[in-house]
Design a protein around this ligand. Structure first.
Ligand code: 0XW
Ligand code: MG
Length: 367
């Protein structure tokens, strides 16, 4: 099997409702969808969708430039040979793992389709028909966050991520107390500052919330700021934005900086890289999520397939953006929340096939 063409699509994903994080709000995300076409008539889809240009160093236009740089050198390769494909991407371009991820996801999709297996089966087998997820409550007033936490628990969610940061830390402290009072036993919490706290405020917050069980996700901007307060914090620390690749994950683990990860599929380089991270975390029995910063059904399915293969005792769930997106690429097999869980797609490969009308015409084609 050989890659004969690569098409790149732009999909505008307007945000339904309000999505505010410590660094600001987002209202429209530009997703980049990649279609790999082979000489055997099998096609695969991948996606990458940074949640705006300031959440991380990645951004939509950067992904497209990186794809343009790499795509010509991939034509002719067998997409089922992930090692070769990833090496070819490394030889064509340094970094830009989030763009390589879209190609890698599409290659796994092709592999699954050509062998008639789901990606989760190729990755070692799913733990069940459904997987854990978590709901992310954007930065909101203490009252609003508490009301939404109650509502999400009623819907069946058993893990909530409360966004904090980017405002007076007193309001974050009050929010966590109000949410804690609003929920019934059985709910697990993460407080995610998205790099928005100083180490001083992380200390204040953690110490003033010492009686509330939550993991503190990505409290500060740098590893050094986290390290400075790590052993004075009263809560386990998870790393998200700074877990940029397999190496940074190894560094964080080997220095004892973190107790788990909010793990992002495209940031580390796609399904192949996330599989490595999954296995490293497994060796150290570290909990982690398998999600991404945003994206439609393609990203969601990819996250769910990897998430389905993580030891359930340490799996913190796959977050998907579906509640904030109007409609699906694949209306027949959408990836969505159902009673606080997500059904693992059943079709071969990703198990979602985008409606080409929703992708429009390619913005770039190679091959
Ligand atoms: C909740 N998320 C997975 C989606 C947002 O875009 C960011 C994020 C996170 O955990 O930082
Ligand atoms: Mg996070």
């Amino acid at each position: 099997m050989k890659l004969t063409a690569i098409n790149v699509y732009n999909v505008d994903l307007p945000v339904v409702g309000k999505y505010r994080m410590s660094m600001g709000s987002v209202s429209l995300l530009q997703s980049t969808v990649v279609e790999l076409i082979t000489d055997e008539g099998v096609t695969g889809f991948g996606e990458t969708c940074p949640v705006g240009p300031i959440y991380q160093p990645q951004h939509a236009l950067g992904a497209r430039a990186a794809l343009e740089e790499m795509a010509p050198s991939l034509i002719g390769l067998d997409p089922r040979n992930f090692g070769q494909l990833n090496r070819a991407m490394e030889s064509a371009l340094n970094g830009s793992r989030y763009a390589k991820a879209a190609i890698d996801i599409a290659a796994w999709d092709i592999c699954g389709k050509s062998y008639g297996r789901r990606i989760c089966d190729l990755l070692g087998g799913a733990t069940g028909d459904t997987i854990a997820t978590y709901y992310s409550i954007p930065v909101a007033s203490p009252e609003e966050a508490a009301r939404e936490a109650r509502e999400r628990q009623r819907e069946g969610h058993d893990r909530l991520q409360i966004k904090i940061g980017g405002r007076d830390v007193e309001e974050d402290i009050e929010t966590l107390h109000r949410v804690n009072e609003a929920i019934k036993p059985g709910m697990r919490l993460a407080a995610d500052a998205n790099r928005g706290l100083t180490s001083r405020d992380a200390l204040f917050l953690s110490q003033r919330c010492r009686d509330i069980s939550f993991v503190l996700e990505q409290p500060c901007n740098t590893m050094e700021e986290i390290a400075a307060v790590r052993y004075q914090l009263c809560h386990p620390v998870y790393m998200d934005e700074l877990a940029e690749d397999v190496n940074s994950v190894l560094r964080a683990i080997s220095t004892g900086l973190v107790d788990g990860f909010g793990m992002k599929l495209t940031r580390v380089g796609g399904i192949s890289a996330l599989r490595t991270v999954r296995d490293i975390c497994d060796a150290r029995r570290l909990p982690h999520t398998c999600d991404d910063s945003w994206g439609g059904d393609i990203i969601a399915a990819a996250c769910v397939h990897v998430g389905a293969t993580v030891d359930t005792s340490r799996f913190e769930g796959s977050w998907i953006a579906a509640p904030y997106i109007d409609g699906h690429y694949d209306e027949e097999n959408p990836v969505r929340l159902e009673g606080g869980r997500i059904k693992v797609p059943t079709g071969p490969g990703l198990g979602v096939v985008p409606d080409m009308a929703k992708l429009g015409s390619p913005i770039a084609s190679f091959g």
